[in-house]
Design a protein around this ligand. Sequence first.
Ligand code: GLA
Length: 388
Amino acid sequence: MMKQELLKKFEEVFGDANGAAVYFAPGRVNLIGEHTDYNGGHVFPCALTIGTYAVARLREDDKLCLYSMNFEESGIGESRLADIEQKTPGDWRNYPKGIIWAFGKKGFEVTKGLDILYFGNIPNGSGLSSSASIEVLTGFILKELFGFDVTNQDLALIGQFSENQYNGVNCGIMDQFAIAMGKEDSAIFLDTADLSFEYAPIALAGAKIVILNTNKKRGLGDSKYNERRAECEAALASLQTKLSIKSLGELTEDEFEANKELIGDEIKIKRAKHAVYENQRTIKAVQALKDNDLALFGKLMIASHDSLRDDYEVTGKELDTLVAEALKQDGVIGARMTGAGFGGCAVSIVKEEAVAAFIENVGKAYEEQIGYAADFYVVEIGDGPSVL
Ligand code: GLA
C-alpha cells in the first residue's frame, strides 16, 4: 500500500518510475543513557516502526535530483556530484548530500547521479532522529545501488561522520547506530567506548512505549549541545591530571565522588556527574530488565530525567511539565526526556489499559500550562534499514 503510493508519487514527480526501488530506515527512541554517547558511556535505544521512506534510482548523468514529500514547496532540488561540497543553509538536502560526500571521503566514490524521493513519518525536529534516519537510509541506498562493501555498522559510522564533518553537529554515535542496527522488539545495549553491543528483548508485559512530543520549536539546541559536550571534555581533562582514564564512562559513582574536586568548577562538576551517574544507571537499567524488574527500570528512567533537569540542564519547562504530569497518572511505570533535550520528546512506559486516560490527562494538563498541545505516539520497536 505505502509502497505503491510512493512509486506513484515518484512517477508524478520524475515522469516515470522505471528502475526505481523503495527503501525504508527507522527513527529511534532512547530508553535510557542520555548524553553518555560522547562520554564513552552506554546507551539503550531502539529503532521504531516509523521512519523515512525513499524511492530511488540511478541516473546516467552526474545530477542529484532530491525531492521530499515533507517539503513539497521546495520542489526537486538539482545539484551536481562535482559540487557536492556546496551546502544550502537550512536545506534538508544537506543530510543526503553529506552522506554522498562522506562515502567519497571514505573511498567509496559515487560515480553516477540519482533521483530520490523521500517521505518521512517521524515528526521533524522532535528528537526521534529524523535526520539520522535520512542519513542511514541514504547510505543504505548507495550501498544497494553501487554495491559498496559496507556493513550496517559502517553505515552508522559514515552517518555520524557526515553529521559531524558536513553538517557541523558534534553528535555521538547513538542515533545512527540505533537506526542502522535496529531489531524488532529489541533495544540495543551499546557501549560507545568500543561499539560492543547486545540486543535486549523488550517484553513489557502488557505495557506500551508512549512517546510524548512537546511540539516546542527548537532553536539554539545544537549550539547548547556542542556546549555540553565541551563542558564534559573540559571536566575529563581536569580528571586526567590525576586519573588514567580515556572517558567519563570509565568511572564508577564512588571514583567520581572521590576525585570530582579536581574539576574545580561547580557547573562542570554537575555536567560530569550526570555523565558518570547516567552511564551507571543505564547498566543497572538493562540488568533490571533482564531480572524482569520493570518497576526498577521505571525508577531509573525517572532518576535519569531528574539528572538531565538538575545537573545537565537540558530539559526546559515543556519537557519537565510533560514528565511531571506523566508521572501523576495511573499505570505509568517510568517517564523521561529522550534525545538531545531542549524540547523534542519524552518517552514513557505505560500499562496498556491506562494508555487512553494517560494521553487524555497529560494532554489536557500540558495544554493548560504551556498554551499549546502535545502529541502522543504509541510506538512499536522495529528493524533497521530495508528494501521494500
Ligand atoms: C542527540 C545526539 C546523540 C546523543 C543524544 C543525547 O540525539 O545525536 O548522539 O548524544 O543527543 O543522548
